[in-house]
Design a binder for this molecule. Structure first.
Ligand SMILES: [Zn+2]
Length: 282
């Protein structure tokens, strides 16, 4: 699940900064004036001028607290994505107001060069949803399908998985149970292990997993442990799927960490691959 820092410009020219895990709903509530006692209520109409995505609520909240302390000039530099102005203002105000974020993730750096994927950037006056469906999703699912073909070439059930952060592959995996004599060697687990080695970390906030098949309960739990932000999978797995088909592990509200789940992208391609594999084996 993603968390958003947002800034409204109010009708009187003032700014309002907040954070939410359900941006669309929150923005609607601000526009409608349905948040009791909210600062924005008497200052409508509002214009959403800045949205930034974070991998955890803590990071989004920390960014909100930081921005709320900022001067008007500095807020406007952030909204304009004017990095030079931000740097000068940060220097002028001293270290206390400098850049937030010690985790090293570009998503938690307000003044960093890459402030998340383009789909979360909304610097104009538009009040529509900033989460337009990513063309990237299609690209990365095709990448996962290619990894599934590698599994197939090794005589394994054709399932592939790729982990992507800020438009870059950070982990890849494909089913290798038989090759590795390992019941846990599912595509998703191997992709997580690959990412752990590459990123030298065991948690991956801000990362999206693309898998060609609905994750099982084992993989779903591993994805929750890894704090993966989002999972996109292709075909449903009516036998062991844990994103709602059989178990709800991936989508359970009981977890501390919520994963944003999208299903069905290129589902036919993946299902055909699996069907042909099992038909050939019979
Ligand atoms: Zn699995």
């Amino acid at each position: 699940m993603a968390f958003y820092l947002y800034i409204f410009r109010c009708a009187d020219g003032s700014y309002y900064t907040g954070h939410s895990d359900d941006l669309d709903r929150r923005v609607h509530e601000h526009h409608a004036g349905s948040i009791p006692g909210c600062y924005t209520h008497d200052r409508r109409p509002l214009v959403l001028v800045h949205v930034q995505e974070f991998g955890s609520r803590e990071d989004a909240l920390a960014a909100e607290i930081q921005v709320k302390r900022w001067s008007r000039a500095k807020k406007e530099a952030l909204i304009a994505r004017d990095r030079d102005a931000l740097r000068i203002l940060a220097r002028a105000k001293g270290a206390g107001e400098s850049v937030h974020g010690s985790t090293g993730s570009p998503r938690t750096e307000l003044t960093g060069g890459s402030t998340g994927s383009p789909r979360t950037e909304l610097t104009g006056g538009s009040t529509g949803s900033p989460r337009t469906c990513g063309l990237d999703d299609d690209h990365w699912m095709r990448h996962a399908l290619k990894l599934a073909l590698r599994a197939q070439a090794e005589g394994e059930v054709p399932v592939g998985a790729v982990l992507v952060m800020d438009g870059e592959v950070v982990g890849e995996g494909w089913n290798r149970n038989i090759v590795l004599n390992d019941p846990s060697a599912h595509a998703e687990i191997l992709a997580l292990r690959d990412a752990g080695a590459r990123l030298a970390n065991y948690r991956f906030p801000g990362v999206t997993l693309y898998a060609t098949l609905e994750p099982c309960a084992m993989c779903a739990m591993a994805l929750v442990h890894a704090r993966v932000a989002r999972v996109v999978f292709a075909a449903d797995d009516p036998k062991t799927g844990a994103a709602g088909s059989v178990f709800d592990t991936l989508v359970s509200e009981r977890h501390n960490h919520r994963v944003d789940v999208a299903r069905g992208l290129l589902a036919n391609e993946s299902a055909t691959l699996l069907r042909e594999f099992f038909r050939a084996r019979r």
